[in-house]
Ligand binder design. Sequence first.
Ligand SMILES: [Zn+2]
Ligand SMILES: [Zn+2]
Length: 408
Amino acid sequence: MAVELDPLVAIYEDLHRHPELGRQEHRTAGIVAGRLRALGYDVATGVGGTGVVGVLDRGRGGTVLLRADMDALPVLEDTGLPYASTATATDANGESVPVMHACGHDLHTTCLLGAAAALAEDNSWQGRLMLVFQPDEEGGGGAQAMVDDGIFARFGTPEVVLGQHVAPLPVGVLGVRPGPAFAASDALRITLHGRGGHGSRPEATVDPVVMGAALVQRLQTVVSREVAATETVVVTVGSFHAGVAPNVIPDSAVLGLSVRTTDEAVRVGVLAAIERMVRAEAAAADAPRPPEIEVLHTFPPVVNDAAASERVREAFSAAGRWIVVDPGPVTGSEDVGILAAAAGAPCAYWLLGGADPALFAGAETLEEIRTAVADLPSNHSPRYAPLAAPALESGVAALVTAARSWLS
Ligand SMILES: [Zn+2]
Ligand SMILES: [Zn+2]
């Protein structure tokens, strides 16, 4: 497989410099559609909003779906890279925010374009290739939007759903995990209502800042005191907004929570505990109105099909160019499982090492690699920066290798 790396690096740097938030990936989708058309794919745009589907049909065989996501995050980039983003955008709340490809979806998109080229040039396979460039993974609505837009009725039902996520593992390492591989994700917005007033007279108010602060602390006991130590659960308060001036007690406080679980019964219990604590904290503060708990998104765990992930793992091992590891369950989340579930197809979704191997010098066991990983900027960090060229080369090859283990 010959992949021309320089043009791919150029596309990657361009996408990185011009990141777009979920549901706003118009420029990215345009670049993707243009490249796919030039390679001879049948292309549909606007699928589920800004999604793009490219199909290459050579007949006599099943459909293999390769998926990449295109959206970026409201993060102010601090990588110092020559192609760093300085972009801003208006988010769903109407606020201007910095935008950065802090999760590496620019790498996913570019790798899939590289695989599109390699597979189009390769005349030795038959079957049907379906490339899905999905919007709004971070918001959790992109895969569902493409399903709701009839992606499988319009473009065919795949026999397998394949994809990858870049991770702070060394380039050259791939992580394949059969069974539950990525956690379920629930995002909540909690509005605590107080009664605002003068900062000098708290006795005449109900202070939502104190209420919120107490709640943040109390929520830490969900995982530490209510969940068995053998379960994998994360409860993170990622945002807390209240007030604008030191001498004004505000009317309300708004908290954003991210909840990750791998077991449905545990998930139900954790969400119930959060609701109980939110209501109790408001009652304890004598809030004038009950709090509101809104579900911003919810998506299921990614469960890798045992046979499909074994087939992918074997193909990666046989290629002889990667170290293939089982990374264990990841508390990160992904909505790729929604595509697989809606298609009724097995899913194999793996981790792609994207970090400079020099940062892992001397680390040989998975434990030593994990220790090195802990010191690296992770996905969603303002300093997250995969080593572009080798990560692209590895990611393109991984997609092609996995696809070819189905395309005969
Ligand atoms: Zn992400
Ligand atoms: Zn991501």
